[in-house]
Design a protein around this ligand. Structure first.
Ligand SMILES: NC(=O)C1=CN([C@@H]2O[C@H](COP(=O)(O)OP(=O)(O)OC[C@H]3O[C@@H](n4cnc5c(N)ncnc54)[C@H](O)[C@@H]3O)[C@@H](O)[C@H]2O)C=CC1
Ligand SMILES: O=C(O)[C@H]1O[C@H](OP(=O)(O)OP(=O)(O)OC[C@H]2O[C@@H](n3ccc(=O)[nH]c3=O)[C@H](O)[C@@H]2O)[C@H](O)[C@@H](O)[C@@H]1O
Length: 480
């Protein structure tokens, strides 16, 4: 029986391994983590992450061929294939701070694999890593290997949160990079055999190691670039009276461009886009390519601009001050159908409003008060470390309350901001909300989920990203 072990029971390791276990009943899969609380949660009824369809998959395999354990060394020792899906945060100190990937967790994983291994193993990079990481890992493994043969493969993950199970069941492609040697080819074939249980072979792409590593960074950069492009156009739409939804539709019907991933928003979030682009920028700089680095940097600059622009719209519309005013925040997660708040635009928007002394009442169907308070007190990039190593917030932010209902959040508020596109925000009773708000009552829709005309008829002043402006807003121009 083939034994697989995955280091890192997070958003990638957990769902990916659960799907491998489901699709390959004859493979034994152990998911291990240095965070004991995370492993306990995977073994309980309350999984540590919210992902549609995940619970069903886990319940079908857990205890049969899928195991969650904190006995990291035992499972690594027994495995034929070891996936490494640990955090690769942005460095906050030292060389490359603010850009380069921090490979501390990866390196300690590699050293541990070398220490405990007694048989040959295939080591698979699942985390997103800088190009040439496999070379460094190979050096660590071979210098400490006691004659054991390790083959390193790059098998980056392309799932998106909120649709992870769907994406894993039916991936556009699976990418496997390996050494161009007979041993490398054999290792690639072994991993290919795992995926071939459910992925059509023509969707399994094989490449050299460096192409696979770079393809992952490039794919995320291209995706984020689309969002920054449409967001840049959204600012121009507001200035000219064009409607960004109509523009993206017209642009996206060109089959060379395609319709997906062209929704204007308050800005992209999530644990990876910014981190991976910064990483790409750093690699370009290190390779003497400042023009290429600057090109990709703009994607992040526009994203920051979009978040600032949103805050400025809110403040300038409300007579240039939100001091002491209650603002309802609907949605805190970085996108719908996840409870993940890593690098969510809601953090920047809330911090911007708090900077102008607003009082915030926040509601998100999947994010706890503790998480929101932690996010609003944490330093940039601290969120991307194993949970037990993250600094505890010393005090809660006083001007913030977290409630469990959109109606409670909006009661007596001067304005409401929609920051996550949860479906339930489309169908709220906005008449009831209007009646219970201060007047004039404002809606700032950062995800274009509400029917602005309908809300205007109720009496709201509405701002939607990239849409023709309300007369009220035209008189109060916001500069970022
Ligand atoms: N979240 C996502 O949607 C995607 C993430 N990725 C990449 O996958 C990697 C992991 O991301 P997530 O799963 O989101 O992170 P995560 O933070 O949810 O999970 C990482 C886990 O690794 C554990 N860990 C750290 N060092 C360890 C060690 N030495 N041994 C055992 N466990 C260890 C941590 O305790 C944590 O539970 C990152 O490189 C990320 O860029 C790639 C595609 C999608
Ligand atoms: O490497 C990763 O971590 C993953 O990053 C993204 O997945 P994810 O961040 O989970 O979610 P996305 O659906 O890509 O959304 C990212 C952000 O962009 C925003 N977005 C997305 C699409 C769009 O049209 N407009 C827009 O503002 C979302 O609201 C969200 O804040 C990629 O889509 C995955 O392929 C990749 O594996």
């Amino acid at each position: 029986m083939v034994k697989i072990c995955c280091l890192g029971a997070g958003y990638v390791g957990g769902p990916t391994m659960a799907v491998i276990a489901l699709k390959c009943p004859e493979v034994e899969v152990a998911v291990v983590d240095i965070s004991v609380s995370r492993i306990n949660a995977w073994n309980s009824d309350q999984l540590p992450i919210y992902e549609p369809g995940l619970e069903e998959v886990v319940k079908q395999c857990r205890g049969k061929n899928l195991f969650f354990s904190s006995d990291v060394e035992k499972h690594v020792m027994e495995a034929d294939i070891v996936f490494v899906s640990v955090n690769t945060p942005t460095k906050t100190q030292g060389l490359g701070a603010g850009k380069a990937a921090d490979l501390t967790y990866w390196e300690s994983a590699a050293r541990m694999i070398a220490d405990v291994s007694k048989s040959d193993k295939i080591v698979v990079e699942k985390s997103t890593v800088p190009v040439k990481t496999a070379e460094a890992i190979e050096k660590i493994l071979t210098h400490n290997s006691k004659g054991i043969n390790f083959q390193i493969l790059s098998n980056p993950e392309f799932l998106a949160e909120g649709t992870a199970i769907q994406d894993l069941f039916n991936p556009d492609r699976v990418l496997i990079g390996g050494r161009e040697t007979p041993e490398g080819a054999k290792a690639m074939q072994a991993l290919k055999d795992v995926y071939a249980h459910w992925v059509p072979v023509e969707r399994i792409i094989c490449s050299n190691l460096w192409s696979a590593e770079l393809s992952k960074l490039a794919a995320n950069a291209f995706l984020a670039q689309r969002i920054s492009s449409v967001n840049a156009i959204s600012a121009l739409c507001e200035a000219t009276g064009a409607d960004v939804t109509q523009v993206s539709h017209s642009v996206g019907t060109d089959s060379r461009i395609g319709p997906k991933f062209l929704n204007a928003s308050v800005g992209f979030g999530g644990s990876c886009f910014q981190k991976d682009i910064l990483n790409l920028v750093y690699i370009c700089e290190c390779n003497g390519l400042p023009e290429v680095a600057n090109y990709w940097k703009q994607v992040i600059k526009i994203n920051d601009y979009q978040k600032n622009r949103f805050v400025n719209r809110v403040v300038s519309s409300m007579f240039n001050t939100v001091s002491g005013k209650k603002i309802a925040i609907l949605g805190f997660a970085f996108k719908k159908d996840t409870g993940d708040t890593r690098e969510t635009p809601a953090i920047d928007v809330c911090e911007g409003l708090l900077g102008d002394k607003a009082r915030l009442s926040i509601y998100d169907p999947q994010v706890s008060e503790e998480q929101i308070q932690r996010d609003l007190s944490m330093k940039k990039f601290d969120w991307d470390h194993p949970i037990h190593l993250q600094p505890m917030s010393p005090t809660a932010v006083k001007q913030v309350s977290v409630v469990w209902d959109a109606y409670e959040a909006t009661k007596d508020a001067h304005g409401l901001c929609i920051l996550t596109e949860w479906d339930e925000f489309k169908n709220l009773d906005y008449e009831r909300i209007f009646d219970n708000m201060q007047k004039p009552a404002f809606v700032f829709d950062g995800r274009n989920v509400v029917d602005a005309e309908k809300l205007r008829k109720i009496g709201f002043i509405v701002y939607s990203i990239g849409k023709p402006l309300d007369a009220w807003l035209k008189d109060m121009p916001a500069v970022a």
